[in-house]
Design a protein. Structure first.
Length: 131
């Protein structure tokens, strides 16, 4: 895993994904690898795989909670799981700290509850999830 992270910019996607998948096969509870896979899939708009990987994250630092729940909510909504999307959006609101995070969380809550605004979402535009 450390090698894949260190060499990410020099690796083709297929090698990077293979290394991350192997890490999760060896240790399915390896949250770091699950988060990296989730971020990769989310940033490539494969929301069903991102959603599945986000659910496999067992360890989450409080500092990461807003981005985690924000991404989980958006991914859930995009795959048609509106209840999970609403629940995760509420959690994103709970973990929002900065005025920008509060704005993004409120925007997301409106979106998943049938509002017409499309939220600014990590993985889209200039806010990718960190891989």
């Amino acid at each position: 895993l450390a090698y894949a992270i260190k060499m990410r910019s020099l690796m083709p996607d297929v090698d990077y994904l293979t290394a991350l998948r192997r890490a999760t096969e060896v240790d399915p509870g390896m949250s770091a690898a699950q988060k990296l896979l989730a971020a990769y899939y989310f940033n490539h708009q494969n929301y069903s795989e991102a959603f599945a990987r986000l659910h496999l994250v067992k360890k989450l630092d409080r500092a990461e909670a807003f981005k985690y729940y924000h991404a989980l909510s958006f991914a859930a909504f995009r795959i048609g799981n509106s209840e999970e999307a609403k629940s995760a959006a509420s959690r994103a609101q709970e973990y929002a700290k900065s005025p920008e995070e509060h704005r993004l969380a409120d925007e997301l809550v409106q979106y998943v509850n049938g509002g017409h605004a499309t939220p600014s979402t990590p993985g889209i535009d200039e806010q990718p999830l960190q891989e």
